[in-house]
Design a protein around this ligand. Structure first.
Ligand code: TYM
Length: 322
């Protein structure tokens, strides 16, 4: 049976980029194999320094994911820190990770350039991610394109470990869906918490409207034709609209006569409507915090069992058991 694994950092509420790039694919895959999905709270320590905030964010991401359809009866859903063995594995893997591999990390350089404080953990971030993936013997990792290099680093680390100690790890494959590999944010760059350009899935109606209306546009006059390929509005609309709705908006772009404000209103309406059923489920989950706690506790138990099996092999292989 194929084993799928992916993780979400609780650095904020889940946004449209997380949903289309990874959460929705992961939810589809939970039907097709064995799934391990987790909330990467150890990773979030690289940016979140307030314990109460971190706890709240973890709960929020858990509720968001469940509301979107992550099904704990199909997927093992857990909090990364409930399986502390992952940090032990990260330490062991650090020893077979060349500095150069981490120095080439785009994500590290990108985070520094966006003002995230440099730390050993930020630098070693991909090693912890490799540990997440290898600890659970994962075959396939559904992620957005921004995680591609992290998957390559994971494979490099696994190859190096296997060469040294014998074949312990499988080599995981990324699953990146080309059509949703990079979802654009309000400013037309990749949607990302660290760029401040996100649209969260469960904003209240007015806040969502405000965000959508703030999408950056060029100064093409209302009457003039506009290029849908250059518009963040159009690229987001594509994710939600039916083919007919999309064709109609494309026509209006190309013909001119419709302003960006009108396109934004359509985008807002389709986002708001699409998430209506999930909003309903979210409200129910929020009203029952004990239920969410039990799901995560149950997931932790299952995840720990698998982790223990891998760690027994790893410890034996490297010689840290008698
Ligand atoms: P994170 O929390 O930044 O994002 C979670 C998932 O959402 C995807 N994503 C996007 N996809 C398309 N377009 C976007 N604009 C966009 N923004 C985010 C990400 O690619 C990711 O799949 N390092 C990971 C968390 C992690 C992990 C793991 C993932 C920790 N350990 C092990 C997989 C396996 C991260 O920061 O994702």
């Amino acid at each position: 049976m194929v084993r799928y694994l992916t993780g979400f950092q609780p650095t904020g509420a889940l946004h449209i980029g997380n949903y289309f790039g990874a959460l929705r694919p992961a939810i589809e895959l939970q039907e097709k194999g064995e799934a391990f999905y987790f909330i990467a709270d150890y990773h979030a320590l690289t940016t979140i320094r307030d314990p109460a905030v971190l706890r709240e964010l973890v709960r929020g991401v858990a509720i968001d994911s469940l509301a979107c359809g992550l099904d704990p009866s199909k997927a093992c859903f857990f909090r990364q820190s409930d399986v502390p063995a992952v940090t032990e594995l990260a330490w062991i893997l650090s020893n077979v990770t060349p500095m150069g591999l981490l120095e080439r990390s785009h994500s590290y350089k990108d985070k520094l350039s966006h003002g995230i404080p440099s730390s050993h953990a930020l630098f070693a971030y991909p090693v912890l991610m490799a540990a997440d993936i290898l600890l659970y013997d994962s075959d396939v990792v559904p992620v957005g394109k921004d995680q591609k290099q992290h998957l390559e680093i994971t494979r490099d680390i696994a190859i190096k470990f296997n060469e040294l100690y014998g074949k312990v790890f499988k080599l995981p494959e990324p699953n990146i869906r080309e059509d949703v590999a990079t979802i654009l944010g309000l400013d037309g760059q990749k949607m990302s918490k660290s760029y401040g350009n996100t649209i969260e899935l469960f904003l209240p109606e007015n806040a969502l409207r405000k965000k959508v209306m703030s999408i950056v546009t060029d100064s093409t006059p209302v009457q003039a034709p506009k290029d849908p390929a250059k518009s963040a509005i159009f690229s987001l609309y594509r994710l939600f609209a039916t083919p007919d709705m999309l064709a109609s908006m494309e026509r209006d772009f190309l013909l001119g006569g419709v302003g960006y404000g009108a396109f934004k209103k359509k985008l807002f309406a389709v986002i708001w409507d699409s998430f209506a059923p999930m909003r309903q489920r979210r409200a129910e989950l929020e009203a029952d915090p004990g239920h969410v706690d039990r799901i995560l506790a149950d997931g932790a138990l299952r995840a720990r069992t698998t982790a223990q099996q891998t760690m027994a092999k790893v410890r034996r292989a490297v010689g840290v058991t008698p």
